[in-house]
Design a protein around this ligand. Sequence first.
Ligand code: SF4
Length: 246
Amino acid sequence: MARAAARDAPAPPPELVERARAVTERLLRKYRRPRVALEFSSPLELLVATILSAQCTDERVNQVTRTLFRRYRSARAYAEADPAELEALIRPTGYYRQKARTLIACCRALVERFGGKVPDRLEDLTSLPGVGRKTANLVLGSAFGRQAIAVDTHVLRVANRLGLAASRNPDRVEEALMALVPRRRWTAFTLAAILHGRETCTARNPRCGECVLHDLCPWPEKTRHAGAPAREGGTRRRKGAARAPR
Ligand code: SF4
């Protein structure tokens, strides 16, 4: 839907395209080879890890998948899993009953419709139970090496503050970014924007004073946060303390 709508949308103003290009290049100077923080060695593993990452930190997902990926090595293995056993393994990621149901349903669809292989087309991926555009684009970009914009909570926030999008709807933000960010940078931009959103442009108390995008950012509140101390959740963040969940 976003791709079709993007084709019909009017071209964005050249100055906005130029600013988006500058934002992209500067983010990629800071994060030279941005990578997804989830550990995986196949499209199936990234798909499973991304489903588990809903409402959970990547660190915790990685702890769980180190065991999970040894126990379940194929889509068929998940499709035929004993729900109680799967739930027990993924329990630390939260919402484990729902996630187990999603994993089993998703992998049954993979077995029944795609021969057990994760498809490499957006339309096919989003036809799987529990797989939305964000997950599909993350898999396309990081497991298949395609150019794809994945809009998670960080990308959504960063894009809006930077004036590259003006919507709370992830599909609209994806569409806006696709029109602005150079296509060959879509995946790298996504991964760098996620890191920027986690480390600097945080939801609360963003570190605008130390942001490499400060002069490119039109966010009216950036001045208020220009000298803000590094705080999360109203308390000073200790060196080495855990980051906020996604
Ligand atoms: S200046 Fe502040 S609001 Fe703008 S991108 Fe940087 S951290 Fe985010």
